[in-house]
Design a protein around this ligand. Structure first.
Ligand SMILES: NC(=O)c1ccc[n+]([C@@H]2O[C@H](COP(=O)([O-])OP(=O)(O)OC[C@H]3O[C@@H](n4cnc5c(N)ncnc54)[C@H](OP(=O)(O)O)[C@@H]3O)[C@@H](O)[C@H]2O)c1
Length: 214
């Protein structure tokens, strides 16, 4: 599959790109700046991680089968406004957590209840939004020698898009779980500030979650 990562030059982007490329996907790193994307992609490809290239955000979206949105919440709406047209017809996995710096360890519900719900409303029905990957630390994603020790919840109103996302997320080396409709993104996004609190309280580089009884 051709996977575009909008904002793929960032902390989450690098680890996702390397892991998906290692699993055999073609990864397209996107950036506001094409040269920055090309440099990030070259560094990962030169390190032997697989088929990784880079270009500006709109170009990678056009070329992709599936798009991953990986930008800070402060850039969420403006990024989607800019890409709205090229995203039509695509599946988009939104990993955004609506944090409100500096209080990143405190739940902050956005006006639309969840970033993913705001994204779906902004983009319209032509884009199938899946919310996922809010609980995987960039530190663990980037540590390619180790399996990621946490489960990943994903939710969407589109069953086919959700199944596709679950398979793709499984390729990162985690157990990916169907967490229901997109409205449940409120719960998924809200758990991350709690994990950030746990990290500080217990001195962890990246706490995660595991589900039992499934
Ligand atoms: N870091 C984690 O451990 C973690 C875990 C789970 C979920 N998340 C969520 O994943 C998303 C990405 O996290 P991250 O840590 O990778 O973020 P990040 O490194 O701060 O930013 C990711 C990329 O977003 C782009 N960006 C930054 N400001 C922007 C702006 N004003 N407008 C448009 N693009 C902008 C940048 O790419 P260019 O400058 O190249 O365009 C940047 O490399 C966030 O929503 C975060 O809440 C993060």
């Amino acid at each position: 599959m051709r996977i575009a990562i909008v904002g793929g030059t960032g902390k989450e982007g690098g680890g996702m790109a390397a892991r998906w490329a290692k699993a055999g996907h073609a990864v397209l790193i996107g950036s506001r700046n094409a040269e920055r994307a090309e440099a990030s992609a070259k560094a990962l490809a030169d390190a032997g991680h697989g088929d990784i290239t880079g270009a500006d955000n709109a170009t990678v979206v056009k070329q992709a089968d599936v798009v991953v949105l990986s930008v800070p919440y402060s850039a969420h709406a403006s990024t989607l406004e800019g890409l709205k047209e090229v995203l039509q017809g695509k599946v988009m996995i939104d990993i955004t957590v609506p944090l409100k710096p500096p209080k990143v360890r405190q739940v902050s519900l956005p006006a639309g209840s969840a970033a993913a719900l705001e994204g779906q409303a902004l983009l319209g029905e032509g884009v199938r939004v899946v919310a996922a990957l809010h609980h995987v630390s960039s530190v663990h994603l980037a540590d390619l020698d180790h399996a990621i020790e946490c489960d990943v919840l994903a939710c969407s109103d589109d069953k086919e898009a959700l199944e596709l996302a679950l398979t793709m997320i499984g390729d990162l080396g985690v157990k990916a779980l169907d967490a229901g409709p997109l409205a449940n993104a409120v719960a998924l996004e809200s758990l991350t500030p709690v994990l950030l609190h746990l990290n500080k309280r217990y001195g962890s580089a990246g706490s995660g979650i595991r589900f039992t009884g499934l």
